[in-house]
Design a protein around this ligand. Structure first.
Ligand SMILES: *[C@@H]1O[C@H](CO)[C@@H](O)[C@H](O)[C@H]1NC(C)=O
Ligand SMILES: *[C@@H]1O[C@H](CO)[C@@H](O)[C@H](O)[C@H]1NC(C)=O
Length: 261
């Protein structure tokens, strides 16, 4: 019994670990989360830890937002916002949100790692901004079923869109994607416009497929209770867009049998 429990815990942890990833040497969970709750992380175009407090405020303002408050940062953290980089937030405070404890980040702590209100506003950090209206597509979806469509559908989508949808249903459930309409700029390698599907709560791991053209993709079923969809359009040529439907279902052996045997 005990061995079984340990094995189960181990495989669960393994699966959890796989849902996270390293990108550019940073342990993080990617951009869709930044849009969730309207909180997002920015660094200077010059790179990591280059912004004074004044410059940090300007970065948020440039995009129509403002510095995130501690409460907003914590709210985002609660839905999975995890960034291993200290940034300015409201009133000259510095810190970063940690969801998963790690040896290399956050001193093993979970929560907002808080460096406090900085007396020296010339110190250089990254920044956490807040702007709930910055994006017109994507978001965190927790409904049992829902339609997801390209921005403006059934009108053609616009150039230079980037949307992240994160689907999170109840633990123990799985997600089935069913495509209803699909028409995205066609090129052989899908480099122009595309829809990426990830069997994960980020766009770092669990890549399932990239879709473009006007061929209706087959249904896609998740292995866990989360999925991420990313839609990107480049600066030229648009198309009709896509519409799909997702449904949550209770994971069961019966279903696996039907699906895989
Ligand atoms: C404030 O921080 C900047 C950047 O780290 C540093 O160059 C400067 O000496 C600091 N000023 C004081 C008074 O400590
Ligand atoms: C799925 O599981 C939940 C919780 O275990 C239960 O309340 C619900 O009735 C189940 N739904 C179906 C369709 O079996």
């Amino acid at each position: 019994m005990r061995v079984l429990a340990v094995l189960w815990t181990f495989s669960f942890l393994l699966k959890e670990a796989q849902a996270w990833g390293f990108k550019n040497g940073i342990f993080h969970n990617s951009i869709w989360l930044e849009q969730a709750a309207g909180v997002y992380h920015r660094e200077s175009r010059k790179g990591r830890y280059q912004l004074t407090f004044k410059e940090a405020k300007a970065v948020c303002k440039y995009e129509g937002g403002k510095l995130a408050t501690y409460e907003q940062l914590e709210a985002a953290r609660q839905i999975g916002f995890h960034v291993c980089a200290a940034g300015w937030f409201d009133k000259g405070r510095v810190g970063y949100p940690i969801v998963k404890a790690g040896a290399n980040c956050g001193f093993g702590k979970i929560g907002i790692v808080d460096y406090g209100y900085r007396l020296n506003k010339s110190e250089r950090w990254d920044v956490y901004c807040y702007n709930p209206h910055s994006k017109e597509c994507g978001g965190v979806l927790t409904d049992q079923q829902r339609i997801i469509q390209s921005p403006g559908f059934p009108e053609e989508y616009q150039d230079e869109q980037i949307c992240y949808w994160h689907i999170r249903v109840r633990l123990g459930q799985r997600i089935q994607l069913h495509f209803l309409e699909f028409d995205v700029e066609d090129d052989t390698a899908c480099l122009g416009d595309y829809l990426d599907v990830y069997d994960s709560y980020d766009d770092v791991s669990g890549f399932v497929g990239r879709f473009c053209g006007d061929y209706l993709p087959d249904d896609i079923v998740s292995t866990g209770n989360v999925m991420t969809l990313k839609f990107l359009s480049d600066a030229s040529v648009t198309a009709g867009g896509f519409k799909l439907h997702y449904t949550a279902f209770n994971a069961s052996l019966e279903y696996d049998k039907k699906l895989f045997l």
